[in-house]
Design a binder for this molecule. Structure first.
Ligand code: GSH
Length: 209
């Protein structure tokens, strides 16, 4: 088993944090995304989407999606549970992951990739050279503000995103806050519940991954 990874990028970091929480170590190959190593023929043959992370299994199969990778690892290593202990928990965690991805990570991506010099013709990850659209950067910023507001309201009533227990939804949300800092879209200071929760999750040892 081998994990294709990249420094700084939020998606592979979600898997690294997941591995750290499980206490697992997997051989890693680190790609330099700025140098375009994701477009090299050998990697493209493994993942035609040209994105990381990718978990390459000993069978030769390639799992090319964060949550699919984590689901596979969770099945092999159920403890500690990060994706729910029963049908209800698993379904609810899945809902929160999708909400955080849709309202948070994709909104941040919209704002960041459409507004950052150096990402011209890289407005979306993947093999298509898509132009930036400045109006999407603006729309992304509005969406990010909405995201942080509802996340704060959720965390006003729950210790962690899905309730009393830390889960993969917290990993996803924490990575979104760190990605927001990179995009200079940090949550506003008055969101105290988000701040309290972020202080807790980001001081877990796994956050250094
Ligand atoms: N479907 C993938 C998407 C992963 C993704 O977007 N990865 C980004 C890094 S965060 C990437 O590989 N970008 C390559 C690029 O920008 O060319 C997943 O969620 O696992």
């Amino acid at each position: 088993m081998k994990l294709y990874d990249a420094a700084v990028a939020p998606s592979p970091r979600r898997v690294r944090i997941f591995l750290a929480e499980k206490g697992l170590a997997i051989p890693m190959v680190r790609l330099d995304l700025r140098a375009g190593e994701q477009f090299e023929p050998e990697f493209r043959a493994l993942n035609p989407q040209c994105t990381v992370p990718v978990l390459e299994l000993d069978s030769g199969a390639a799992i090319t999606d964060v949550i699919a990778i984590c689901r596979y690892l969770e099945e092999l290593h159920p403890a500690p549970p990060l994706m729910g202990r029963d049908a209800e928990e698993r379904a609810l965690i899945e809902c929160w992951i999708r909400r955080i991805e849709w309202d948070g990570l994709y909104a941040l991506q919209e704002a960041f990739r459409n507004g950052t010099p150096g990402l011209e013709r890289r407005a979306l990850p993947g093999p298509l050279p898509l132009e930036q659209i400045p109006a999407l950067a603006e729309r992304g910023r509005l969406r990010v503000a909405h995201y942080f507001a509802w996340l704060d309201a959720r965390l006003a009533e729950h210790a962690f995103v899905c309730g009393p227990d830390f889960s993969i939804a917290d990993i996803t949300a924490m990575v979104s806050v760190d990605f927001a800092a990179r995009a200079k879209l940090d949550p506003p200071n008055h969101l105290h519940h988000l701040k309290r929760w972020y202080g807790e999750v980001s001081s877990r040892p796994s956050a250094k991954a």
